[in-house]
Ligand binder design. Structure first.
Ligand SMILES: [Zn+2]
Length: 210
């Protein structure tokens, strides 16, 4: 049996990475002022590469996943719309305003950040389908963000994962320390996932020999 095959049988139930590369010890919970609602398709949530799950694990009090696409369970935006804070829909549509310091002056917080997960088209469909999201201000990240997410192919060069998009948005809305806290975990998760996928146990063996 190859190491890669073997790794599927020894996954950590929480971070779902091979237990030798488990990143749970780096999941240090964070408390923030912004409410975060992640809208995730049920089929995406099953994927080990889905990043929304880690936003919820890292910000357990304020971040919440709302699942859409379940059979016999129609997605309702109402529980999301009931949450407190100025609602902002993180998607770069034609009416979106860039998140920056002048945005915060013009639109003071506290905020409620709504983040559609999935690929570009799926995320676009979420706002289109739900009429109740129509009146919510769309916001976009400043240009030229470099995606660190190497686990899936990006459909657009400026595309970033749900986790990164949320981290960068909170970095602007809350402060750089929140972004740094989140990205420190993210980098650890990406490198550990890539190492587990390649079946390269050398870093683990080195660690055990210390
Ligand atoms: Zn783990």
């Amino acid at each position: 049996m190859s190491q890669r095959r073997a790794s599927h049988h020894n996954r950590c139930p929480n971070c779902r990475i091979n237990q030798f590369f488990c990143v749970c010890e780096f999941l240090n919970p964070l408390k923030i002022k912004t409410q975060v609602s992640l809208i995730v398709h049920v089929s995406e949530l099953k994927l080990t590469s889905n990043t929304a799950q880690f936003v919820e694990k890292l910000i357990p009090s304020e971040a919440k996943i709302y699942i859409r696409g379940r059979v016999n369970d129609h997605f309702s935006p109402d529980p999301i719309l009931e949450r407190s804070g100025r609602p902002l829909f993180l998607f770069p549509d034609e009416n979106s305003i860039e998140l920056n310091d002048s945005f915060k002056t013009n639109f003071p917080g506290p905020y409620h950040l709504i983040v559609p997960d999935g690929n570009w088209n799926q995320a676009k469909q979420v706002k289109k389908r739900e009429a109740k999201f129509d009146t919510i201000q769309s916001v976009k990240l400043p240009p030229n963000l470099i995606a660190e997410y190497k686990l899936r192919k990006a459909p657009r060069p400026d595309w970033v994962s749900t986790f990164e998009a949320t981290a960068y948005a909170l970095g602007i809305l809350e402060g750089k320390n929140v972004e740094d806290h989140m990205m420190t975990f993210f980098r650890k998760w990406v490198s550990s996932t890539l190492a587990a996928r390649s079946g390269d146990f050398s870093s683990v063996i080195k660690k055990e020999n210390l």
